[in-house]
Write a protein that binds this ligand. Structure first.
Ligand code: ZN
Length: 215
């Protein structure tokens, strides 16, 4: 019997109270299929330790990470492989407070990279790092997937507005997964999907409600 997402949430509450649940040592050979039939999509933020925060062990889950924990084409690719070839049937989607994706827009970053000096300056001021513009265009990546809405300072603490923006992107990601024709959501082969915001100041996951598909 594999762990449920509720078991992971129970582990998370212990993690937030400083319990250490993840064993870091090499566990010996394991099967290729994730033991908990779980796939986690999360932001690459250095403050998130996915296995630790969910109490997972080596071999338990696929962990798919990128900037923002955004459900991109590549994440969908990974989830289709994870489910159909490697038998996972639960997906946990994790965004988090103080995410860098709240602090820029795709247009601003692209303009800065392409050589627009005011944008480069703004990015430099925002990050506290000298932004060195390559001054060249590129078609790849096609998008950075910065979160929608009014941008805010880098690493700003949580408030109602940024929680709303985070929740919105979690719902968009859940919608992209749940509406994908190759990810079954009903019947005996169904995949369960739940979305969360992780608070980097408390260590706790907070569930995002899912009212229905978002275009
Ligand atoms: Zn992030």
């Amino acid at each position: 019997m594999s762990m449920s997402i509720d078991d992971c949430l129970n582990n998370n509450r212990q993690y937030a109270r400083k319990a250490s649940l993840h064993t870091a040592a090499y566990p010996g050979p394991k099967p290729i299929r994730p033991a908990q039939r779980l796939a986690v999509v999360a932001c690459m933020d250095a403050r998130l330790d996915v296995e630790d925060m969910l109490g997972l062990q080596t071999g338990d889950a696929h962990v798919i990470r990128n900037a923002g924990g955004v459900v991109t084409d590549d994440v969908l690719r990974c989830l289709v492989i994870s489910h159909h070839l490697l038998d996972t049937n639960q997906v946990i989607l994790i965004h988090h407070t103080r995410c860098g994706m709240l602090a820029f827009t795709d247009d601003l970053l692209r303009a800065g990279l392409e050589g627009h000096q005011p944008s480069a300056q703004l990015l430099g001021q925002a990050t506290g790092r000298t932004f060195v513009s390559p001054g060249a265009g590129s078609s790849s990546p096609a998008a950075f997937h910065a979160f929608r809405g009014q941008i805010e300072p880098v690493d700003a603490p949580r408030d109602a507005r940024n929680m709303e923006r985070l929740g919105w992107d979690v719902r968009r990601g859940m919608s992209a997964i749940l509406s994908h024709p190759w990810i079954p959501t009903s019947g005996p082969d169904a995949v369960a999907v739940r979305g969360f915001v992780y608070d980097v100041d408390t260590g706790l996951l907070e569930e995002v409600s899912y009212p229905g598909p978002i275009s």
